[in-house]
Design a protein around this ligand. Structure first.
Ligand SMILES: [Zn+2]
Length: 235
């Protein structure tokens, strides 16, 4: 179990850490800024810098076994650090920051389209949500206008924790039909966009909607009988 620095501070670009496991299948640290693939957000890439300055390129991060375990996947051919060694874990920050902006944009999209969410995915250059909704209720210009109004209004964005009992009392908070938030730890992390959206989420977000920047609806497409896919890009 590692200390997940990104959970409380999404803006942490690097941290000191100790290696607790190290194999070609993945490196585990006692604390990390690397977000592991999950919830539609890609895992982070970056570097581990060893005490002698040598760099281990990390191609991706994924969840390990057990809660709060993160496997840092070394790029092919990288020399592995030793267990017990102290390293600096440093993100490919430009990539992660785009994930944060797009991930926050998807929460806004969720607030703008009043329909159940059936799936979603963030990438570096675009992001999408799938909705169970009739095609003619999705109007590109209206969605763009509403999104960019929320962006310009500068709503605060912050994670907090609620109890599982509180979540049970407010089932409407869970907007994604196929994905239920992780349970069994007593508390559930929720993401609040003040006055706009509140829902369970474990991802990384910007601190205010203005940081998302202007958005464009790139495409609205049917993906099956009850699935309409709305894809966003930066305007
Ligand atoms: Zn989120």
């Amino acid at each position: 179990m590692a200390e997940l620095v990104f959970r409380e501070d999404a803006y942490a670009r690097a941290c000191r850490a100790r290696v607790v496991a190290s194999t070609p299948a993945g490196i585990e640290l006692d604390r990390t800024v690397f977000y592991p693939t999950g919830g539609g957000q890609p895992g982070d890439s970056g570097l581990l810098v060893r005490a002698d300055g040598a760099r281990v390129r990390i191609a991706n991060a994924v969840k390990g076994e057990g809660p709060d375990a993160v496997l840092h996947l070394p790029a092919p051919g990288e020399a592995l650090p030793a267990v017990g060694e102290e390293v600096e874990a440093a993100l490919d920050w430009d990539r992660r920051y785009r994930h944060m902006r797009f991930h926050t944009a998807l929460h806004l999209l969720c607030a703008v389209v009043p329909a159940p969410v059936t799936g979603g995915q963030v990438a570096e250059d675009k992001a999408r949500l799938d909705f169970d909704i009739e095609m003619d209720r999705l109007v590109k210009e209206t969605i763009e206008e509403n999104l960019n109004r929320l962006v310009a209004e500068g709503h605060a964005v912050r994670p907090r924790w609620i109890t599982e009992a509180e979540l049970d009392a407010r089932p409407e908070l869970v907007r994604t039909m196929s994905v239920q938030p992780p349970r069994g730890q007593g508390a559930v992390r929720v993401l609040e966009i003040e006055g706009v959206d509140l829902q369970p989420c474990g991802g990384t977000h910007v601190a205010g909607t203005r940081e998302v920047g202007r958005l464009a609806v790139v495409r609205i497409r049917s993906e099956g009988a009850r699935n309409r896919r709305v894809t966003l890009g930066f305007a």
